[in-house]
Design a protein around this ligand. Structure first.
Ligand code: SF4
Length: 663
């Protein structure tokens, strides 16, 4: 029985593979206790389909690839890197990698190449939650754990279709409701999702207006005398400023902005005031927005105003990817360093410089991935190294991205021949989950060891091995003499000793283990300068644009991100293709469109054709799943803009003004 963590969503379910190559839920894993959703069950079937067998190279993008040896491939990469300054190269990595892989590439880039030109695809996912958590609590550790589901009586899902995106966790919530009278599930969403259908209360909000709704709830809490003053005075600061902003949105104003009846705003306020324990879960509906950090802060403000932390509740950001939390521990954003350190803090840089034995770490955070695309187009970044992610499908404003990918010298390090490989100069085959050993951290801070159950495909290597070979060829051999993944893990956890995310007591033999206490702020002391949690005024802004409809994007039930693996399973594709758009019945009638018709969705940035499905989407809204690679049609992100949240720099992937025409 070989154990590993699910390679898909951030719930981080423990799995095992039995003697007959069947994947099952690990009954002993604290994230799922044996439960499992459909996606990973087909993993052994898709593992070896469409793989990269050996390194491939072509000098110019128009020519054919030729197979090269690993030695030659590394030599090609090294020559390119040496011909450029550190600021002309950029690394784009992934929350799908193991912690050891992420640690080594960050050590190489930030410690030894002397640049912070690295970002992760978590920029598209939970960069906003990270920003808001840090602003409010001083760190981005999730304050509670899954155990808190088991004694809560109120659950709020806002901007999260957890029933399909985090199904095992959602089932835990439903189990709690089934077994305990009076448990209530509330969903706030513009679409009647599966989560909404299974909730007790569904609040159908106009897309992009969550900040207003949540500010209005704070307003009511104050007016009704439902503020927990003891908590606010002793453990927080900034309440007055946050309240002043909230006072702009009395319920009658919020009702008209959000398209929500006033009684629902009161109901939410009452839930925060009177429930025994309230957990609010959110995901990309709040994160992928140009007003995203404010949405997150508006929600956290409600928890602070009512003292809903620890035994009384938690603002729980659901992580998109299986190891986005591990990436945060390593610090894989352009400002991060291991152990929740930051390149902007001198003491953090000094510690890591001495720990790594490297030169000076650059104190300036590097550009984010959407900024890097602009820098490529400006000619300032000349080499892009993409690892375990598929930007040719997943980044916004894809025509612009395609142009950048055509211009740059592109290295793709991946297991599969995905859409991004179409633009590559050099393709390096990477080992997949099940072919290598390493750890991942799920949403609730549980670190799981993933053991291999198969040999690497073809000449594929573990990502950390590729990075070490690169580092050695670049002349940094002494710092990258690792003989195993476990050795890297031991070094990484030493760097976390004494930090909030202290993993230093962990070793491979003892996993899975969760770092930190059940409640990381149990003593209500926060890692902020004052030791208090901080309210922030949550300012509302909605960017308008041309078009009669608001297009919202989101996940498919049985597919994962750009379908690189799950799209290879017929079972998981059922009902998910051809690419579709969900439209309100009345809107469809006005357009003269019926279920099954083909429509064109047109924005300022491009257009995509989609088959119409009718559903309960708020009037004037459309829902189109993202992630379709070109194999199945045009990627949805062709019509999305690359504007970002001003604080988190996370793209506004869930809101685009569009027109629709029947074809
Ligand atoms: Fe995997 Fe998420 Fe499903 Fe768990 S809920 S089995 S982590 S996809």
């Amino acid at each position: 029985m070989i154990r590993f963590q699910c390679p898909y969503c951030g719930v981080g379910c423990g799995l095992y593979i039995d003697d007959r190559s069947k994947v099952k839920g690990d009954p002993n894993h604290p994230a799922n206790f044996g439960d499992v959703c459909k996606k990973p069950l087909y993993y052994p079937k898709v593992l070896r389909k469409g793989r990269v067998k050996r390194p491939l190279f072509r000098e110019s993008k128009g020519s054919d690839f030729r197979e090269v040896s690993w030695e030659e491939a590394i030599q090609i990469a090294v020559e390119r890197l040496k011909s450029l300054s550190p600021h002309e190269v950029y690394f784009y990595v992934s929350g799908q990698l193991f912690t050891e892989d992420i640690y080594v590439i960050n050590k190489l880039v930030k410690g030894f190449l002397g640049t912070n030109n690295i970002d992760a695809n978590s920029r598209l996912c939970m960069a906003t939650a990270v920003t808001a958590y840090k602003m409010a609590f001083g760190s981005d550790g999730v304050p509670c754990t899954y155990e808190d589901v088991d004694d809560a009586d109120t659950f709020l899902f806002i901007g999260s279709n957890a029933a399909i995106s985090h199904p095992v966790l959602f089932r835990r919530v439903l189990k709690r409701r089934r077994e305990h009278e009076g448990v209530m599930v509330i969903t706030v969403d513009p679409i009647e999702t599966e989560t909404a259908r299974k909730s007790d209360i569904f609040i159908q909000i106009r897309a992009g207006t969550d900040t207003v709704l949540l500010n209005s709830v704070l307003y009511i809490l104050y007016k009704e005398g439902w503020i927990n003053w003891d908590f606010v005075k002793n453990h927080t600061e900034g309440f007055e400023e946050a309240l002043r902003e909230a006072e702009k949105f009395p319920p009658e104003v919020a009702s008209s902005v959000c398209g929500v009846e006033e009684r629902y705003i009161h109901l939410l306020a009452e839930a925060f005031a009177k429930s025994k324990k309230l957990i609010s879960f959110w995901c990309q509906g709040l994160n992928q927005s140009s007003n995203g950090t404010m949405k997150n802060l508006a929600l956290i403000n409600l928890h602070l105003a009512t003292g809903r932390l620890n035994g009384k509740g938690c603002p729980f950001s659901l992580t998109g990817q299986p190891n986005a939390m591990g990436g945060r521990e390593v610090g894989y954003f352009p400002n991060g360093l291991p152990g929740y350190r930051d390149v902007r803090r001198e003491e953090d840089r000094k510690f890591m410089e001495s720990f790594w034995g490297c030169g000076r770490i650059n104190p300036e955070p590097g550009p984010t991935i959407t900024e890097a695309v602009d820098l490529i187009l400006d000619g300032r970044i000349k080499l892009l190294w993409v690892v375990a992610t598929n930007p040719a499908v997943s980044l916004p404003n894809l025509r612009k991205v395609e142009e950048a990918l055509k211009r740059v010298f592109l290295v793709v390090q991946d297991s599969y021949l995905n859409d991004t490989c179409e633009f590559a100069n050099l393709i390096l085959p990477a080992a997949q989950m099940g072919e290598k050993i390493g750890v991942m951290t799920g949403s609730d801070r549980t670190v799981t060891l993933c053991k291999p159950f198969s040999d690497p495909f073809g000449e594929a290597k573990a990502d950390w091995e590729v990075f070490c070979e690169l580092a050695k060829a670049l002349g940094f051999a002494d710092a990258f003499q690792y003989s195993s993944s476990e050795e890297i893990f031991r070094e990484f956890v030493r760097a976390t000793e004494g930090r909030l995310c202290d993993l230093s007591d962990m070793d491979y033999d003892r996993l899975p283990l969760r770092w930190g206490k059940r409640w990381i702020y149990e003593d209500l002391r926060f890692p902020t300068p004052s030791g208090k949690a901080r309210f922030h005024p949550a300012r509302f802004e909605l960017r308008e644009g041309f078009g009669s409809f608001v297009l919202i994007t989101g996940r498919l039930k049985n597919q994962w991100h750009t379908m690189t693996r799950t799209g290879k399973s017929e079972e998981l594709l059922k009902g998910e293709v051809p690419p579709f758009v969900v439209m309100n019945q009345e809107d469809a009638e006005e357009l003269g469109v019926q279920e099954g018709d083909l429509v064109r969705i047109i924005s300022k940035y491009g257009s995509v054709d989609r088959v119409v499905r009718l559903g309960n989407v708020k009037r004037g809204h459309l829902f189109a799943p993202f992630g379709y690679p070109r194999e199945f049609g045009e990627p949805t992100n062709l019509v999305l803009s690359d504007r970002t949240d001003p604080l988190s720099r996370e793209p506004d992937l869930k809101y685009e003004k569009v027109e629709v025409v029947r074809l």
